[in-house]
Design a binder for this molecule. Structure first.
Ligand SMILES: Cc1cc2nc3c(=O)[nH]c(=O)nc-3n(C[C@H](O)[C@H](O)[C@H](O)COP(=O)(O)OP(=O)(O)OC[C@H]3O[C@@H](n4cnc5c(N)ncnc54)[C@H](O)[C@@H]3O)c2cc1C
Length: 467
């Protein structure tokens, strides 16, 4: 670990925030020969993704999956006793996963001779930062900057940040305890993933979602496969329902729920997880001292090279717009670092995959069927249920589906969507196919290993090709 105590007076390139966006940008810029200073409050890089997001949630989802899979194994003649959950040991294992990654990222930064400052930065003007560390404040002037300060969980108005019972995703991932009952507010991917974890660990989980479906933005036919399973996992899923009031008592949270018809009901829960979305970290940065412009949602306005209205200042990751996903941040980071180093670079992906790591998983990339229909794009679709796939059946799971969305005339792939165990791994092939401008016949003619779930991609393509 090599975190600088002394703050230099000037920097060639300063990167603010060391999440997936910030550390990727810092690494790439250093590889290209730039002198890089990386500022973040944590001792090692990682950001929300590694410390409080993607990684701990997937570690805990693995724990959940072991619990639910062993419970389900009685159907194939394997009877396991219910697990004894050693929560401190689970937490320790989760922390080991995190520190293996963050230590490795710190070591890589040191190897690339990146100057690291542990603290937070704020713009004094378009060429100067005020940096606050444990030792006080200092100023740093810079030639170029990449802002990668990410996002924070949106709080429900009137709820206290330090509440032990009304928690956000970071506190949920801490798994301080397993409440008897948990209300998850928000049917997006974070709420469903964390709800699945707590349900497997023994909480009775209720999900409340304001709109009329889970996972807004995802095609309904995929969601319905997931919902069928979640209806058995969760105690209740309340759609078209809003939380009209929350009152924390000593032992519970008293919740007022309001249905579409305006009818209110009172419920009590041990804990409430608020997972209603995330907001970009742009308001505490002193951006008003620069010419940088924000969108109405608080994202920094950028061009195709991630440059803000101040051409020497770039913005990447959650701060630079939707989708707020780590792999989008990685890709934008590389573009920004290369542009900062004077290379030709442009952020112009054909497909950014999205994965929901529930059981079953949902994954999609490119155009969704819903968007195609809304935009009146002429498409053909192939929907292949996994019932006939040998690998799915041998895994004891046939609740999957592979869907291809192709241009009606050229049969060029426009989008791919999957639901089923392992969908998150399978989508990678589809992303490559979209990037390479593949047509359905390319998927059909590609020899897929047998027996695998990946064969469903070729089999779905076969459904489209009649001659
Ligand atoms: C529970 C959960 C699960 C998730 N799961 C997934 C997933 O499975 N896959 C996926 O792709 N995405 C997932 N995400 C989203 C993913 O974590 C974010 O998209 C990603 O972390 C964004 O990266 P970033 O570099 O933009 O910012 P962040 O990771 O948010 O990092 C920003 C960093 O900047 C620091 N910072 C903030 N302000 C300042 C300042 N003024 N000065 C210096 N440093 C500052 C912060 O402390 C932080 O370390 C998940 C998020 C959550 C909350």
């Amino acid at each position: 670990m090599n975190v600088d105590k002394s703050i230099p007076k000037t920097a060639q390139l300063v990167v603010i925030g060391a999440g997936p966006g910030g550390y990727t940008a810092a690494f790439r810029a250093a590889e290209l020969g730039l002198d890089v200073t990386l500022i973040d409050p944590e001792i090692n890089p990682g950001g929300v993704c590694v410390y409080r997001g993607c990684i701990p949630s997937k570690a805990l989802l693995h724990v959940a999956r072991l619990i639910t899979d062993t419970a389900a194994a009685s159907a194939i003649g394997l009877n396991f006793a219910p697990p004894e959950i050693d929560l401190p040991q689970v937490r320790q294992w989760r922390d080991e996963v995190i520190s293996k990654l963050t230590d490795a990222l710190g070591a890589r930064a040191d190897k690339l001779k990146i100057r690291r400052i542990r603290g937070s930065a704020r713009f004094k003007d378009a060429h100067t930062l005020t940096i606050t560390t444990g030792d006080g404040q200092d100023e740093l002037s810079f030639k170029q900057a990449i802002i990668a300060t990410g996002s924070w969980p949106i709080r429900l108005p009137g709820t206290a940040a330090d509440s032990a019972r009304i928690i956000d995703s970071s506190k949920a991932l801490a798994i301080d305890d397993i409440p008897k009952s948990l209300l998850v507010i928000g049917g997006g991917y974070i709420g469903l993933e964390l709800g699945s974890v707590y349900s497997a660990l023994g909480s009775k989980v209720t999900v409340v979602e304001m709109t009329d479906g889970l996972l807004p933005g995802c095609d309904r036919d995929l969601v319905s496969v997931l919902k069928r399973r979640l209806d058995n996992t969760f105690t209740e899923i309340l759609l078209s329902t809003r939380v009209a009031g929350l009152k924390e008592t000593k032992r519970h949270v008293q919740v007022t729920l309001e249905g579409k018809d305006g009818q209110q009901s009172q419920r009590q829960f041990g804990k409430v997880l608020v997972a209603i979305g995330r907001s970009p970290n742009s308001n505490e940065l002193g951006l008003e001292t620069t010419a940088i412009r924000l969108t109405d949602k608080g994202f920094i306005e950028i061009d195709g090279q991630q440059r803000s209205a101040e051409a020497h200042i770039f913005a990447i990751g959650d701060l630079a717009g939707e989708p707020m996903l780590a792999h989008k941040a990685y890709a934008e980071a590389t573009v920004a670092a290369e542009a900062a180093a004077g290379r030709r670079a442009l952020f112009d992906p054909r497909a950014i995959p999205a994965v929901v790591y529930t059981d079953p998983e949902i994954a999609w990339c490119g155009l969704t069927e819903t968007a195609a229909r809304e935009q009146k794009i002429a498409i053909k679709t192939a929907k292949l249920p996994w019932r006939g796939n040998g690998r799915a059946l041998s895994l004891g799971r046939d609740d999957g589906m592979t869907k291809l969305i192709v241009d009606a005339k050229s049969e060029r792939l426009l989008g791919v969507a999957l639901v089923g165990p392992g969908a998150g791994e399978l989508i990678a092939e589809a992303v490559l196919a979209l990037e390479m401008a593949a047509v359905a016949d390319d998927l059909r003619q590609t020899i897929h290993p047998h027996p695998t779930l990946s064969e469903t991609l070729a089999d779905a393509a076969r459904m489209l090709i009649k001659t």
